[in-house]
Design a protein around this ligand. Structure first.
Ligand code: TRP
Length: 444
């Protein structure tokens, strides 16, 4: 609430940049290429695309409708429609808190890598460097603090003057840099093998594990299941066409994920590295790739600027979910909410960061602290998604949701039958499977 009146995006373009900014993040640039590398390349990409098309779009539209209809952030939005369901918004606020606590640890790593690339400080043995950096008790926490401070500063400036403005600058810049790097990567001698691996789906490599991994990734990558899009949607005016927005945002997110694969996998093949290197692909393999590439220094800097922009436009959306809750529900001012919440998240990030090093022996349910936070979010996101589908399909009601989407019938919503089936049946069932998998009840 700014000046007592709810803030709004300056334009629909601003909303799209902010929502795409939330979606495009470490999930796209770091996780998608390594998941594709690990799960058979093209076949993972194909499954991922299908899930975005059917389920990603469905849930995104549902979240936008709830947010815009109530003009409230997630907890209060659910509460406004049905008191009993407010807890679903509460799950989202907790998820935002947990995710940003570990997300900003990785954001701090990115800041450090950008800095080290600029000063030429990454040694040839990148694996040893990565291991010693993340296990250091001080340096990653320092970088995490800077990353969290940058996030807080943008959110502190509010919707139009902070989040929208930052995303309208960072997102187009990110696209340009990504296209430059992709062109560089696919024109490297020897890149063809990487492109083939990436684009040729080998159906024999399709496993249930691939599908579940892709579904979880769609959730995380599209920022679904925790009220992020509800919150951003609540700053939208009634005249905007939600179903268009809910197609554009996943398309942009997917284009970036695909381009990230083009930027990374061909280069990895060209220089003879392993595509299935896992989480180390970005921090261990890529610096070596840049080292071997002509003008690699420049491409390395550009690349980590790109990753930083992606991470920041996502982290601000996570912080905004919790800040908006404090504003809407507890009537806190923005400044107070930003300062207190970001400080707490930073504090939780400290043990998460230490769990890569001196606290690596501390285990919760068999996970170190960092992985435990990731595990919690892997459970909360699908849980939030399932409950949202049930909420729209059976509590709020399809008709009311459709009336919101079509603005009381003023805008045609041609996808209605498809969306109804997806949100009432297909999406919740698919997401229940992911949820049971995350809990270890069904194992793929
Ligand atoms: N989507 C972002 C990424 O791909 C991360 C993110 C931001 C997120 N907001 C979220 C994930 C909300 C889940 C829910 O990196």
């Amino acid at each position: 609430m700014e000046n007592g009146k709810r803030a709004q995006w300056g334009s629909n373009f601003g909303f799209i940049m902010a929502a795409a900014g939330s979606a495009v993040g470490l999930g796209n640039l770091w996780k998608f290429p390594y998941l594709a590398g690990k799960n058979g390349g093209g076949v993972f990409v194909l499954v991922y695309l299908l899930i975005v098309l059917f389920i990603g779009f469905t849930i995104m539209l549902g979240e936008m409708a709830i947010g815009r209809s109530t003009q409230l952030s997630s907890y209060n939005a659910y509460q406004r429609i049905s008191k009993k369901w407010a807890f679903v918004g509460g799950i989202g606020v907790i998820a935002g808190f947990v995710i940003l606590s570990f997300y900003s640890v990785v954001g701090g790593w990115v800041l450090n890598y950008l800095y080290q690339t600029v000063i030429g400080g990454i040694p040839a043995d990148t694996a040893a460097y990565f291991g010693s950096f993340i296990s250091d008790p001080v340096a990653p926490i320092f970088w995490n603090m800077l990353f969290m401070a940058a996030t807080a500063l943008i959110v502190f400036k509010g919707i139009g003057g902070g989040i929208e403005k930052a995303c309208k600058f960072m997102m187009p810049a990110l696209f340009v840099i990504l296209i430059i790097i992709s062109i560089r990567a696919i024109t490297l001698p020897g890149a063809a093998a990487g492109i083939a691996f990436y684009l040729t789906p080998d159906i024999s490599k399709l496993t249930a594990g691939t599908v579940v991994a892709a579904l979880g990734q769609v959730f995380f990558s599209l920022s679904l299941g925790m009220g992020c899009i509800i919150t951003y949607g609540s700053y939208l005016g009634k005249e905007e066409t939600l179903e268009k927005n809910s197609i554009i945002v996943p398309v942009l997110d997917t284009v970036v994920a695909l381009l990230a694969g083009f930027a990374i996998l061909p280069a990895v093949f060209a220089f003879g590295f392993e595509p299935g290197a896992g989480p180390g692909l970005m921090f261990i393999t890529l610096p070596q790739v840049f080292d071997k590439m002509p003008f690699g220094w420049v491409f390395g800097i550009l690349f980590f600027i790109l990753v930083l922009f992606a991470a920041l436009t996502s982290s601000i959306s996570l912080l905004e979910v919790t800040v908006a809750y404090m504003q809407d529900h507890h009537k806190w001012g923005r400044t107070k909410a930003v300062v207190i919440l970001s400080s707490f998240m930073f504090l939780i990030g400290i043990p998460a960061s230490l769990s890569m090093g001196i606290w690596s022996g501390i285990m919760i349910f068999g996970y170190n602290i960092f992985d435990f936070l990731v595990f919690i979010s892997d459970i909360l996101l699908p849980l939030g998604g399932i409950l949202m589908c049930i909420f729209i399909g059976y509590v709020w009601g399809i008709d009311k949701a459709v009336a919101e989407i079509t603005n009381g019938g003023k805008i045609p919503f041609k996808l209605k039958a498809f969306w109804t089936i997806m949100i009432k049946y297909v999406a919740p069932i698919a997401v229940i499977i992911v949820f049971l998998n995350a809990l270890g009840i069904l194992k793929f």
